[in-house]
Design a protein around this ligand. Structure first.
Ligand code: SAM
Length: 549
């Protein structure tokens, strides 16, 4: 596959950051070449889209798709060496229209008031630098916001709007300005180009480089001082140390941080130590949260859980990445709308059109779909497990995914589950939570039209909302769990499951009425029923249950 075909496939892949799409899967072209080609093309896509639309090249050259045309035109119009193959049908499809393309490109450049291609590149670089601010969380375990501003940024000026910060950065890359986030406490934004890695405050753990959206889960969890909390999927530990900072040191609050991957747990340990969180955070390195016993002596007192499980990462964008912007209708834009054949309309779609690639695309999409569903199952399982903690009052669930399958669909699945309904878990309503001022909310159509659920879900769009794409929601529970009743109920379900196996027909359709809402503990019932004589203990419990009835 040529460099351009491979780049076009990567460009249209729906999931993960560009880096992960290139570096974490086998590619034929040199990865660094692919990365540079895609990043540079996307940086210039606005002007390239104008050239594509105004020249009408997609309507004439059937081999070209929107992403392919972007990539080829980038190299043809903006690089010294031009398209990087000696010949071939794709290159010819562009070179045939050399004069027209060049004229449209010059017109588009002049419309922008830019005298040369060099000036155009400089302007695009400035714009790129100004897209995503550098978010910095001041670590309350080590310092205070006012001390950080005094010690590290005395000559910086506060701006009232995030837009003002980005505007200042677009004018002067290293503008000395900062913005205080109005929602998340201790969160600052600096110009995108600021380099804080060597800053003494970063080295000492006083500053943590953390995207704004990544700060939303701990902020929404809002644990009271002294709370016992769990971070179920913790590494590298941004949210773990954020919870610890909210709890404060010396108030009796704790964070138990699970990290299944031992290698990642090492990173977590370093991060926790540097942030000064050792006294508050207990790390369960290499331990699976799903196997943690909610009723164990150590964990039964946990009231708040933060769940940020593995996801597709489809919301992740890095500072130098952009998404592909679809073309507007070229004919309409020019005011010379003409009738296109059905075949031509298909060709206009910004997807790979060559037959073989079309098939590859389909099977890749199928794989993506099943990967998403498998992830969603795992994510839902994590929440259901968290809901089993007897004293749990609040759970936040978050992903850095923009896919509804991993977000609203998971929330709806959880709310419909037996454990959520039996224990009275519901979403925390928008007006109850600490993120009520955040405007972007869940997708109503994926919440079954339920306004309360959609409004409870918080979404961040990549770049547009100042950082990566993100999703977060909180589940809360009002009442206490009657553990004794629940134990009896669980036991009842198991007994029922056993009875079902032995006397399947006789008991078919019978419901366990041990819960006030008539819910069956399907999870307990799903545990493999053992067909064996009831133990003396079980018989005792069964009698106890019958007496209660
Ligand atoms: C999205 S990352 C968490 C990022 C982290 N919350 C932060 O803000 O720095 C998910 C992490 O969960 C871990 N993980 C996945 N399944 C797990 C499980 N069953 N138990 C514990 N950790 C798990 C993964 O190894 C990964 O490190």
């Amino acid at each position: 596959m040529s460099l351009y075909l491979e780049a076009a496939t990567i460009l249209t892949a729906p999931n993960g950051s560009l880096k992960s799409r290139i570096y974490h899967q086998p590619v034929k072209s040199p990865p660094a070449r692919l990365y540079a080609l895609i990043v540079e093309t996307l940086k210039h896509q606005a002007i390239l889209n104008e050239v594509i639309e105004n020249s009408g090249i997609l309507g004439i050259e059937k081999k070209l798709t929107h992403p392919l045309a972007l990539l080829l035109l980038h190299d043809h119009l903006l690089t010294r060496n031009g398209i990087a193959t000696s010949s071939g049908p794709l290159k010819n499809a562009v070179l045939k229209h050399k004069a027209r393309l060049s004229a449209e490109f010059t017109r588009a450049r002049i419309r922008r008031g830019l005298g040369s291609t060099a000036a155009l590149k400089e302007a695009a670089d400035k714009e790129a630098a100004a897209k995503i601010p550098r978010w910095v969380r001041v670590n309350a375990l080590k310092t205070t916001l006012s001390d950080v501003l005094k010690a590290g940024f005395a000559e910086y000026m506060e701006v009232a709007e995030l837009k003002s910060l980005l505007d200042a950065a677009a004018t002067a890359k290293n503008a000395r300005v900062y913005y205080k986030d109005p929602i998340v406490e201790n969160l600052l934004a600096f110009p995108p180009a600021i380099d804080l890695i060597a800053h003494p405050l970063y080295k000492s753990g006083a500053l943590i480089l953390q995207d704004r959206s990544s700060c939303l889960p701990a902020h929404l969890l809002d644990p009271p001082k002294g709370a016992r909390t769990i971070d179920a999927t913790a590494a590298p530990g941004n949210k773990t140390t954020h919870i610890a900072a909210l709890l404060g040191d010396g108030n009796g609050g704790t964070v138990t941080a699970f990290e299944k991957d031992s290698r990642r747990a090492e990173v977590l340990k370093k991060m926790v130590s540097r942030a000064g969180g050792d006294a508050v955070i207990t790390i369960k390195a290499g331990e699976d949260f799903l196997k943690a016993d909610p009723k164990s002596e150590e964990l039964r007192g946990v009231t708040h859980l933060l769940l940020d499980p593995s996801c597709s990462g489809s919301g992740i964008v890095s500072r130098e990445e952009y998404s592909l912007i679809p073309l507007s209708d070229p004919a309409e834009k020019n005011g010379k709308k003409r009738k296109r054949s059905a075949a031509e309309k298909v060709k206009q779609k910004p997807l790979i059109v060559e037959e073989e690639q079309g098939e590859q695309e389909e099977s890749r999409q199928d794989m993506e779909k099943s990967r998403l569903l498998a992830l969603a199952e795992f994510q839902k399982g994590t929440i259901l497990h968290a809901m089993k903690f007897p004293k749990a009052r609040k759970i936040t669930y978050s992903t850095c995914s923009i896919h509804a399958e991993e977000n609203e669909d998971v929330v709806m699945g959880v709310l419909a589950s037996a454990v959520a309904r039996r224990r009275g878990w519901r979403v925390e309503r928008r007006e109850e939570g600490t993120l009520r001022g955040w405007e972007r909310r869940g997708l109503l159509e994926r919440c079954g039209g339920d306004e309360v659920v959609a409004q409870a879900c918080v979404r961040c769009n990549p770049i547009e909302d100042g950082g990566i794409g993100f999703f977060v929601v909180a589940f809360v529970r009002d009442g206490d769990v009657d553990e004794e009743a629940e134990e009896v109920a669980e036991e009842g379900s198991k007994v029922q499951a056993e009875d079902n196996t032995v006397q399947k027909e006789a008991e078919e359709g019978e419901e366990w009425k041990g819960f006030s809402d008539g819910e069956v503990d399907t999870e307990a019932a799903e545990e493999k029923p053992q067909v064996q004589a009831e133990s003396g203990e079980k018989q005792k419990k069964k009698k106890k249950r019958q007496k209660r009835k």
